[in-house]
Unconditional design. Structure first.
Length: 146
Protein backbone atom coordinates (compact mmCIF):
# COMPACT_ATOMS: atom_id res chain seq x y z
CA UNK A 1 0.00 0.00 0.00
CA UNK A 2 1.38 3.41 -0.97
CA UNK A 3 2.00 6.09 1.62
CA UNK A 4 -0.88 8.52 2.06
CA UNK A 5 1.44 11.40 2.99
CA UNK A 6 5.03 12.47 2.47
CA UNK A 7 7.16 14.95 4.36
CA UNK A 8 8.43 18.30 3.08
CA UNK A 9 11.40 19.65 5.01
CA UNK A 10 13.27 22.91 4.56
CA UNK A 11 15.72 24.97 6.59
CA UNK A 12 16.76 28.57 6.97
CA UNK A 13 19.35 30.32 9.13
CA UNK A 14 18.05 33.47 10.82
CA UNK A 15 20.25 36.18 12.32
CA UNK A 16 18.43 36.17 15.67
CA UNK A 17 18.51 34.10 18.86
CA UNK A 18 16.14 31.10 19.18
CA UNK A 19 13.87 32.91 21.69
CA UNK A 20 13.05 35.65 19.15
CA UNK A 21 12.42 33.12 16.36
CA UNK A 22 10.30 30.94 18.68
CA UNK A 23 8.09 33.95 19.45
CA UNK A 24 7.68 34.64 15.72
CA UNK A 25 6.24 31.15 15.20
CA UNK A 26 4.06 31.04 18.34
CA UNK A 27 2.83 34.56 19.24
CA UNK A 28 -0.28 35.64 17.32
CA UNK A 29 0.68 39.14 16.17
CA UNK A 30 4.14 37.94 15.12
CA UNK A 31 2.77 34.95 13.19
CA UNK A 32 0.53 37.33 11.26
CA UNK A 33 3.63 39.33 10.34
CA UNK A 34 4.98 36.58 8.08
CA UNK A 35 2.43 33.79 7.48
CA UNK A 36 -1.36 34.12 7.97
CA UNK A 37 -3.41 37.29 7.57
CA UNK A 38 -4.36 37.09 11.26
CA UNK A 39 -3.78 34.66 14.11
CA UNK A 40 -4.98 33.75 17.59
CA UNK A 41 -2.67 31.76 19.85
CA UNK A 42 -2.33 30.65 23.44
CA UNK A 43 1.41 29.86 23.40
CA UNK A 44 1.71 26.95 25.83
CA UNK A 45 1.52 23.16 25.65
CA UNK A 46 -1.97 22.28 24.36
CA UNK A 47 -2.79 25.97 23.75
CA UNK A 48 -4.90 27.01 20.78
CA UNK A 49 -3.64 28.04 17.36
CA UNK A 50 -6.01 29.68 14.89
CA UNK A 51 -4.63 30.93 11.59
CA UNK A 52 -6.79 33.14 9.36
CA UNK A 53 -6.16 33.26 5.61
CA UNK A 54 -8.20 36.47 5.24
CA UNK A 55 -8.59 39.53 7.44
CA UNK A 56 -12.29 38.65 7.95
CA UNK A 57 -12.01 37.02 11.39
CA UNK A 58 -15.64 37.77 12.25
CA UNK A 59 -17.06 35.24 9.78
CA UNK A 60 -15.21 31.92 10.12
CA UNK A 61 -15.55 29.43 7.30
CA UNK A 62 -13.56 26.26 6.56
CA UNK A 63 -11.76 28.05 3.72
CA UNK A 64 -10.67 31.17 5.61
CA UNK A 65 -9.17 29.73 8.79
CA UNK A 66 -7.73 26.63 10.48
CA UNK A 67 -7.80 25.82 14.18
CA UNK A 68 -5.72 23.36 16.20
CA UNK A 69 -3.53 23.21 19.31
CA UNK A 70 0.18 23.21 20.04
CA UNK A 71 0.88 19.46 20.14
CA UNK A 72 4.55 20.07 21.00
CA UNK A 73 5.72 23.18 22.82
CA UNK A 74 9.34 23.24 24.00
CA UNK A 75 10.58 26.85 24.14
CA UNK A 76 12.79 27.88 22.46
CA UNK A 77 13.68 24.61 20.71
CA UNK A 78 10.62 23.01 19.12
CA UNK A 79 6.95 23.59 18.42
CA UNK A 80 4.39 21.57 16.47
CA UNK A 81 0.91 22.45 15.30
CA UNK A 82 -1.05 20.53 12.69
CA UNK A 83 1.51 18.32 11.02
CA UNK A 84 4.23 20.98 11.00
CA UNK A 85 7.20 20.89 13.37
CA UNK A 86 9.54 23.85 13.70
CA UNK A 87 12.91 22.85 15.20
CA UNK A 88 15.25 25.63 16.31
CA UNK A 89 18.99 25.04 16.68
CA UNK A 90 21.17 27.80 18.15
CA UNK A 91 24.21 28.79 16.08
CA UNK A 92 25.83 31.44 18.26
CA UNK A 93 23.60 34.52 17.87
CA UNK A 94 21.83 32.92 14.92
CA UNK A 95 19.22 30.17 14.68
CA UNK A 96 18.87 27.31 12.22
CA UNK A 97 15.16 26.66 11.69
CA UNK A 98 14.02 23.36 10.23
CA UNK A 99 10.40 23.22 9.09
CA UNK A 100 9.04 19.69 8.67
CA UNK A 101 5.51 19.33 7.27
CA UNK A 102 4.74 15.64 7.73
CA UNK A 103 1.34 15.42 6.03
CA UNK A 104 1.88 16.55 2.47
CA UNK A 105 -0.11 15.01 -0.35
CA UNK A 106 1.64 12.27 -2.31
CA UNK A 107 0.28 13.64 -5.60
CA UNK A 108 1.36 16.79 -7.45
CA UNK A 109 0.07 18.89 -4.53
CA UNK A 110 3.35 18.22 -2.76
CA UNK A 111 5.06 20.58 -5.21
CA UNK A 112 2.76 23.42 -4.13
CA UNK A 113 3.45 22.65 -0.46
CA UNK A 114 7.22 22.62 -1.04
CA UNK A 115 7.13 25.93 -2.93
CA UNK A 116 4.93 27.52 -0.26
CA UNK A 117 7.23 26.49 2.61
CA UNK A 118 10.22 27.61 0.57
CA UNK A 119 8.75 31.10 0.27
CA UNK A 120 7.44 31.23 3.85
CA UNK A 121 10.79 30.27 5.39
CA UNK A 122 12.37 33.24 3.59
CA UNK A 123 9.54 35.50 4.74
CA UNK A 124 10.06 34.30 8.33
CA UNK A 125 13.74 35.24 7.98
CA UNK A 126 12.88 38.68 6.56
CA UNK A 127 10.28 39.34 9.25
CA UNK A 128 12.49 38.30 12.18
CA UNK A 129 15.67 39.99 10.94
CA UNK A 130 14.26 43.20 9.47
CA UNK A 131 10.57 43.38 10.41
CA UNK A 132 9.66 43.19 6.70
CA UNK A 133 6.78 41.07 5.39
CA UNK A 134 7.69 40.26 1.79
CA UNK A 135 4.32 38.77 0.78
CA UNK A 136 2.84 41.96 -0.67
CA UNK A 137 6.05 43.19 -2.34
CA UNK A 138 6.73 39.86 -4.05
CA UNK A 139 3.16 39.10 -5.05
CA UNK A 140 3.26 35.97 -2.88
CA UNK A 141 -0.18 36.37 -1.39
CA UNK A 142 -1.24 32.74 -1.74
CA UNK A 143 -4.42 32.15 0.20
CA UNK A 144 -3.30 34.80 2.70
CA UNK A 145 -4.55 37.81 0.82
CA UNK A 146 -2.80 41.14 0.45
Amino acid sequence: MADKFKSVKCTVVIDAPPKKVFEAITVANQLAGWWPSAAETDPRPGGKVVLWWTKDTANPTPSNHCATTFSSFKPPHEVTYWSVTFTLEPLGNRTKVTIDDKECPVDDGIISVALTWGALRLNLKSYVERGIDMRASTGFGGPWGA
